[in-house]
Design a protein around this ligand. Sequence first.
Ligand code: LMR
Length: 334
Amino acid sequence: MRKLTLAAVVATAFVVAPQTGWAQTPIVLKFSHVVANETPKGKGALKFKELAEKYTDGKVKVEVYPNSSLFKDKEEIEALQLGSVQILAPSTSKFAPLGVKEFEALDLPWLFKDEATYDQAMKGPIGKWLFKKLEAKGVSGLAYWTNGFHMTSANRPLLSPTDFQGLKVRISGSKVADQYFRVLGSIPQIMAFSEVYHALQTGVVDSCENTPSNYWTQKFYEVQKDITVSYHAHLQYAVIVNTKFWNGLPPDIRTQLDKAMAEATDYTNSIAAKENEEALADIKKNGKATLHYLTADQKKAWQTAMQPTYKWAKGRVGGEVLDLLAKELHLEMN
Ligand code: LMR
C-alpha cells in the first residue's frame, strides 16, 4: 500500500520537474531524519536548511522532518530510492537493506580510539570507498556527520560482560552490533528508533545502546535505571541523496547546495562532542538513571569478550573494508 503511494510521488517528482525545466520554484528538498531537533544531526539538518535557502536566494526550500515524522528507519531509505524524499542522514548501521553491508565495519567495538581518530579515518580513503558502494544503488553520499560514541543501559548495572547475559537489547540495524551483544550472551533485536522508548517501558526489550544526545532527547533515562558510559562503539551518519534527483538539479543550484552542505557538515561535526557532553550532564542532573563508568579492568574485560566480533565480521562485511580500516587505523584485525 505504502509502495503504491510512494510510486505515485516519484512519478510526480521525476516526470513533472524535468518537463518544466525546474521552472517552478522553489525547488523543495525534503530532509527526513529520526532524531530530535536538539541533537547534532537535528541541528545539522536545520543549519543546512538555513544555508541552502540563503545561498540559493530562496530558489530552494528545505523542509526538515525530524523525529521520524515523515518516515521511520527502514522506510526512509526506500523512500529516497523512490524519490519521495530528497535528503537523509541515516546511521551507517542501517545500510544493509540497501544491499550494502560494508558500512557495518564502522560499528566494530572500540574500533576508533577517539573522535579525532574517527574523523581522520572518514576523511581518508575509507570514507570515499564506502560512498562508492552506494553508487550502484542510485544513492550518493554527500558527507559524514558524527554523533560520538555509544553508551549502553538496562535496569541493572552493566559492569561485567556477564551482566549482559539474557538481556534483550535493542539495536539499530547492524549485524556487527548484533554480534558484539550476542557474544556477551544477550539477545539483540533490530527495532526502529521511534519505537525504542515504548519498547523499553513495556519490557519488549530490556536494554539499548546510544549516544548521550539520543538518550537525553528520547528520554531513555526515564526507562533505564542504569546507564554505563562505555563508549564502546561509534555512531556516525552518512548524508545521502537520490543520485538522479541530485544530478538533475540546475548546476548553479547544486553548487550552492554543495557549499551549504560542506558548511553544515563542519558545523555539525564541530558541535557533536559538546552536545553529547551537555546531554550527559543533563542526564546526570536529572537523577532518574544512575551513570556508571568502567574501570580500566572492566573495560579490558568488555574488549576481550567482544573481540571475537572482529573475526566474525570478515564473513559479514568482507576483508577489503577491514583491510582498509586496519591500514588507516594501524590496527591488526583478527
Ligand atoms: C538509532 O536508530 O539508534 C540511531 O540511528 C538514531 C540516530 O541517531 O539516527
